[in-house]
Design a protein. Structure first.
Lengths: 116, 110
């Protein structure tokens, strides 16, 4: 199994506070992804990275920012948390090239975030 | 727009078969299938490529119709361990952006 950890695993925070979730991998995979999972919506891409300092938006990026200063770490920041951001957040990694879409994603264990 | 999966949910008895469909409004160049057990992270099952090549970890079969932009996952002689939510997924052409389907909840009863 790919070595992917997420921290924290659970967090309760108040509306308006900043929150940072961390994804750490030991596989040296080039690509990293942040998803949120909500009942009735499945897995939705927030942001992704295709290399150090190379990031781009997914389909639900409003209210989120990311940073990747090292291959192994991908941070997701909620600048000012809202109740609509209560969700389970999954990080995933993958390796491959743009021309090769065969690579599988490996998922971290998830972070359950509750915004009160 | 997310690929649409059908059915949304299905309940089976052990030993029965099931088919899960994934349909996209945009061109598909490859289709991945993942399974997520309750309270766990998704796990890769298999990938289907244009031309019919199939790669996967488990003995679960699938098909990919490029013209119809559809893929189907076939679960035969289901086991209790097959229970979970199944997702199809794909990369948007020419990008690293990934999108999952709407998901299908599968429950296998003893």
């Amino acid at each position: 199994d790919a070595g992917i950890t997420q921290s924290p695993r659970h967090k309760v925070t108040e509306t308006g506070t900043p929150v940072t979730l961390r994804c750490h991998q030991t596989e040296n995979h080039r690509y990293m992804y942040w998803y949120r999972q909500d009942p009735g919506h499945g897995l939705r891409l927030i942001h992704y990275s295709y290399g150090v300092k190379d990031t781009d938006k997914g389909e639900v990026s409003d209210g989120y920012s990311v940073s990747r200063s090292k291959t192994e770490d991908f941070l997701l920041t909620l600048e000012s948390a809202t109740s609509s951001q209560t969700s389970v957040y999954f990080c995933a990694t993958a390796d491959g090239t743009l021309q090769d879409t065969t690579y599988e994603q490996y998922f971290g264990p998830g972070t359950r975030l509750t915004v009160t | 727009q997310q690929p649409v999966q059908s059915p949304q949910a299905v309940i089976l008895r052990e030993g029965e078969d099931a088919v899960i469909n994934c349909s996209s409004s945009k061109a598909l160049y490859s289709v991945h299938w993942y399974r997520q057990k309750h309270g766990e992270a998704p796990v890769f099952l298999m990938i289907l490529l244009k031309g019919g090549e199939q790669k996967g970890h488990e003995k679960i079969s699938a098909s990919f119709n490029e013209k119809k932009q559809q893929s189907s996952l076939y679960l035969t002689a289901s086991q209790l361990s097959y229970s979970g939510t199944y997702f199809c997924g794909t990369f948007r052409s020419g990008t690293y952006k990934y999108i999952f389907g709407t998901g299908t909840r599968l429950k296998v009863l003893a």
